[in-house]
Design a protein around this ligand. Structure first.
Ligand SMILES: *Cc1c(COP(=O)(O)O)cnc(C)c1O
Length: 372
């Protein structure tokens, strides 16, 4: 089965894990710090805070910005549910905003503008599929309305410019992302004060951690805020350091595979719509395509599965999931809804070959013919 996503793991990761175990220290310590420094440097930043997941990163960012009950946060519905769960964690209200267009499935500025109220406190931008949103109009929008600007950067690890839009960006190292630590996440911010607050909140709000106390820098500790256990550990950080080294080559490989897909799909199934055909900055995290109207995505997925090609969907719209539908009834986001109805995600990962891209395109074409 050709999978939609697949982690790249090998001898170097195994060696790094063994070295960490042999070091005798497996909870947050020098490797986590080295990973934070390397990750920040890779994104042109001075500092970053490693956490247990992107979900934890988003929660910490909103909590550290003092967003809470009574506040509204603008966000897309076309994203993973963690994006808006983080808003609910702090007691604030997500306000769902439609996407721009079927071939540009990023947050619509006009729709965001229409949904601002006196209670709006922040906006979470998602760089969907790895494609960076345009920074200038969003910065201007956030500034004009006095909003915090937060990036859900789970899809855009290693892309120049990410993490510079507003207050902070949240990254994911889950197993299907462009680089992985199995589970893991990172907060990137240009504000040392915000990062310090998040760093403390990551570890129960304590003024020093176990490693600092063992290495005798601190004798005791105080607790100065309500914190969480959102730490990363040394094993994950050791894998992350190895993965980060290879990220540029992997992202370049993804770019080439995506270009091959665009070509092959244009050749064998031109009725399929490939979003983002303008070659803007992207980490090419996933390969979403839209089926022609009236073609059943479920039938196409079943046909492709028979041909040993896995497909998935990004995403079921959050406002249509039971938990959210019950809390936000009657909400309509027409462009998001059509996108989600017609979308399937094709396999895209660095170990794929160009021949497999051609094969997938041909199988997709056959699946659509079978429907027609
Ligand atoms: C994967 C993902 C998340 C959640 O990441 P975790 O590290 O699993 O918490 C959040 N937002 C988006 C857009 C994602 O793709």
């Amino acid at each position: 089965m050709l999978l939609v996503a697949q982690p790249e793991l090998g001898a170097a990761e195994k060696r790094a894990l063994c070295e960490t175990i042999d070091s005798g220290w497996i909870t947050m310590g020098p490797r986590v710090q080295a990973f934070e420094e390397a990750f920040a440097a890779r994104h042109g930043a001075a500092d970053a805070v490693a956490v247990g997941s992107c979900t934890a990163a988003l929660h910490l960012i909103l909590a550290a910005l003092d967003i809470g009950p009574g506040d509204e946060v603008l966000a897309p519905s076309l994203t993973f549910v963690a994006t808006t769960n983080s808003i609910l964690y702090v007691g604030a209200t997500p306000v769902f905003v439609d996407i721009d267009a079927l071939d540009r499935p990023l947050l619509s500025l006009a729709e965001a503008e229409a949904k601002v109220t006196p209670r709006t406190k922040a906006i979470i931008l998602v760089h969907f599929a790895g494609r960076l949103a345009d920074p200038a109009p969003w910065r201007e929008f956030a500034e004009r309305h006095g909003l915090y600007l937060v990036e859900d950067a789970a899809h855009v690890i290693g892309v120049e410019g990410v993490g510079t839009y507003g207050e902070a960006a949240a990254f994911s190292f889950y197993g299907n992302k462009n680089m992985t630590t199995a589970e893991g996440g990172m907060v990137l911010s240009r504000s040392p004060e915000l990062l310090e607050r998040i760093r403390r909140m990551r570890g129960h709000g304590m003024t020093s951690g176990t490693f600092e106390r063992v290495s005798k820098r601190e004798a005791g500790y105080d607790v100065t805020m309500l914190g969480y256990n959102y730490r990363m550990d040394e094993l994950r950080a050791a894998i992350g350091l190895v993965q980060l080294e290879q990220l540029p080559a992997w992202n370049e490989r993804r770019r080439a595979l995506r270009a091959a897909y665009a070509n092959e799909l244009g050749r064998v199934c031109p009725a399929v719509l490939v979003p983002f055909d303008d070659d803007g900055p992207s980490a090419n995290h996933i390969m979403p395509v839209l089926l022609p109207r009236g073609v059943s995505s479920r039938a196409v997925a079943a046909f492709m599965r028979e041909a040993k090609v896995q497909t998935t969907m990004h995403y079921p719209a959050i406002h249509q999931l039971s938990y959210y539908r019950d809390r936000f009834p009657g909400l309509s986001l027409p462009v998001t809804e059509e996108f989600c109805e017609r979308e399937i995600t094709l396999p895209l990962h660095p170990s794929m070959g160009q021949g497999q891209v051609t094969e997938v395109a041909e199988i997709l074409a056959a699946a659509i013919r079978g429907q027609g």
